[in-house]
Design a protein around this ligand. Sequence first.
Ligand code: DAH
Length: 339
Amino acid sequence: MKEQLKNVAISAQQALESVKDQQELEALRVRFLGKKGELTAILKQMGSLSPEERPVIGQLANETRAQIEAVIAEKSAQFKSATASEKLRKETIDVTMPGSKKAMGKKHPLNLVLDEIKEIFLGMGFDVAEGPEVELDYYNFEALNIPKDHPARDTQDTFYITDNILLRTQTSPVQVRTMEKQKPPIRVISPGRVFRSDAVDATHSPVFHQIEGLVVDKGVTMGDLKGTLADFAKRLYGEDAVVRFRPHHFPFTEPSAEMDTMCFNCGGKGCRLCKGEGWIEILGCGMVHPKVLANCGIDPEEYSGFAFGMGLERLVMRRFNIDDLRLFYENDQRFLDQF
Ligand code: DAH
């Protein structure tokens, strides 16, 4: 039995030397020291020994067990400290590494200028009104004094959905919807998307944006229109902005006009930006046609009003000297980053 114990001690020593991890170590502990382990198997034969041999072998067995236990404890400690330092190594933070910068989003140039325009009109006491993009023919044309055979319909190549339903070609239908819902005094602007079946090029897009304006009250005059819009131009382009009004025609206003600003690039002398004109067209406007007021249930004998409409893209293009409208919709990061 002495021989057997010695052999167990040797094979345990050898096996433990090449153990690679905590799991293997546990397997070896079971193999040598477990209830069905090799050492236990030897001790089970103790009964066959003589009373003199028993304490000698017993002591030897205890020593062997203690020896094996000591090696296991030592190995286990080694593994534990190796795992701990591996964990520390993995979690090390290199504070000298450059930080990763989060890219900040920016406002789209169309929204940048739209927000400015909204702010100007809100400051003048206007509200913001909205209307549907899919609109009835009635609101887009009929109620605005543009009957079925009116030539103005040809200039606005309309996307029809049915005979009566279309994609709005202008934000003017919001005027009608507002006047139907709200009694004067009315002061609203209505920005939004509009649609025309135009082929895409540097100055045309089937989807673009307009900002509509409407003021209705007792005693509103052309003087109020001119004052309000000239003031708007100053707030948008600066105190020395000069404007002029040219007679024009719109079916829903009478009289109608277009407002130009003196070219802020050449100061009226004529340049590439204003195409040699010295003036740049900003918006269409006029006194709301009595028929339009009446269509909306507002008595034109009692009330009068003015309206205006401008294209957002064109304003923004001039503002930032952008010569291709498509840039607004392509969302090229290099373009957007410039604003
Ligand atoms: N709706 C017109 C257009 O699309 C713009 C316009 C002109 C709107 C005069 C108005 C206005 O409200 O009074 O060309």
